[in-house]
Design a binder for this molecule. Structure first.
Ligand SMILES: Cc1cc2nc3c(=O)[nH]c(=O)nc-3n(C[C@H](O)[C@H](O)[C@H](O)COP(=O)(O)OP(=O)(O)OC[C@H]3O[C@@H](n4cnc5c(N)ncnc54)[C@H](O)[C@@H]3O)c2cc1C
Length: 401
């Protein structure tokens, strides 16, 4: 039997995890007059917000729509995304006087720093009367006879009528990511789907890595495809394999053993271009002809890989030109793996959405227990979608607790 909590440790709502989703939920519950405690084992709130978007926080995407999210239950996000839209978050950003800009593809970033978003949330939590406890680990959770929850937090007993788990996924363990949400889910009989790193650089096996080593640092626009998924964005060669937005996006769809197909000259029929170049400038080197459309180092490398580095365009038959063009327009490459949770921006999978109410994010089998944000089996594309899910799911739970 757990000792009971002192009056100052009795709350209507305890939120575990002071990240994007948890803080949004705490604000909303506090505004509704609920007594709210939010706890985090980190020394500061919103650490992932701080490092997000290269320090400028890509806080939403104006093209938010359900098809920009990956979940075993794709319709689950519809309700929350409808109830709290990008415009709702932009209004808060505007009211706080935080300047922002659209970078590309509907991605909104702070002009200044991501800290402005954290400050906005901390300020709103303060105004809503939310208590924040940092460096506080939750050691134990028990169900009370009245249906509420008892938590042991740093040795102290805390009681709450509703419990919101907002501890995120497994990505970036160095920043304190844990599988805590999944453990709590299992404790209360809520299923968890298989998790894997998403939005993550892909790696090459040693032989291919040795061959591509000279390309590390080269970036080029590309279309990356895996199965039916395809993304047209920048691609970057790294010392481990491939990265850049196109690769991060496709990594969420790619599975071990699968090839990805890269078009390194999107929108260009390189075979036709090379044939025309051969007719007009037959003495041009193939590398020079390809380099009209690709970064020079990459063009040189592809031409060498195709055994076409010596000689000139006039020496290449249609068959060889087609092979060379194919290596650019449809380079099929099999990554050996990914860089894993160490660098993944998001966790795919998580608390099974079929076990949650899509309007309140409450576990159907455990009344009063809610799961929000990245802990849930919902992962967005790159580009502000993951924060929009965190805000929307946090907002919905905040109306319900
Ligand atoms: C490098 C990087 C850049 C990113 N950039 C963007 C971007 O620009 N735009 C975008 O939309 N998304 C971005 N993301 C993804 C986005 O940060 C996450 O999807 C989002 O932060 C998830 O919010 P959350 O509140 O669910 O979880 P988190 O933000 O991960 O918050 C979880 C909180 O719970 C705490 N916690 C964990 N375990 C425990 C425990 N056992 N007890 C107590 N507290 C615990 C953590 O300390 C943390 O504060 C980025 C991710 C990374 C890694």
């Amino acid at each position: 039997m757990q000792p009971s909590a002192s009056a100052s440790n009795i709350f209507d709502v305890v939120v575990v995890g002071a990240g994007a989703a948890g803080m949004m939920c705490a604000i909303e519950a506090g505004r509704r007059g609920r007594r709210v405690l939010i706890v985090d084992h980190a020394k500061a709130a919103g650490e992932k917000i701080r490092i997000s978007g290269g320090g400028r926080c890509n806080f939403t995407n104006i093209h938010t729509a359900p098809d920009r999210f990956i979940s075993s239950n794709p319709g689950f996000v519809i309700s929350a995304l409808r109830r709290f839209r990008p415009r709702d978050f932009i209004d808060r950003v505007d009211r706080a006087g935080v300047a922002w800009h659209e970078k590309t593809l509907g991605q909104l970033f702070c002009d200044g720093s991501a800290q402005q978003i954290i400050d906005l949330l901390l300020s709103d939590m303060g105004k809503a009367g939310v208590q924040l406890r940092l460096s506080a680990a939750v050691d134990r959770i028990d169900r009370l006879a009245d249906g509420g929850f008892s938590l042991t937090i740093g040795g102290a007993q805390v009681e709450a009528g509703a419990l919101v788990i907002a501890t995120g996924g497994k990505s970036i363990p160095k920043m304190g990511a844990t599988g805590f949400a999944y453990d709590v889910a299992r404790q209360f009989g809520v299923p968890v789907t298989e998790t894997r790193p998403g939005l993550v650089p892909l790696t090459f096996e040693a032989g291919l890595l040795a061959r591509t080593a000279p390309l590390a640092g080269v970036s080029t626009p590309a279309v990356a495809a895996a199965g039916k998924a395809r993304f047209a964005e920048a691609l970057l060669f790294t010392h481990r394999g491939l990265s850049g937005p196109a690769i991060l996006q496709i990594s969420s769809y790619w599975r071990e053993g699968q090839e990805i197909v890269l078009n390194l000259a999107p929108g260009l029929d390189l075979f036709a271009e090379l044939r025309a170049a051969r007719a007009e400038h037959g003495r041009q080197s193939p590398a020079t002809a390809v380099a009209r459309h690709l970064p020079r180092r990459l063009a040189q490398w592809i031409v060498e890989e195709q055994g076409a580095a010596s000689g000139n365009l006039a020496d290449l038959s249609d068959v060889r030109l087609r092979a060379l063009a194919g290596a650019v327009n449809a380079w099929a490459v099999k990554p050996v793996g990914s860089e894993g949770y160490r660098t993944a921006e998001v966790t795919l999978g998580g608390v099974d959405t079929t076990a949650l109410d899509s309007r309140t994010l409450m576990a159907k089998a455990a009344p009063g227990l809610h799961f929000i944000g990245e802990a849930v089996d919902v992962a967005g594309w790159l580009g502000g979608y993951n924060f929009q899910w965190a805000w929307a799911s946090g907002w919905c739970a905040g109306q319900a607790v």
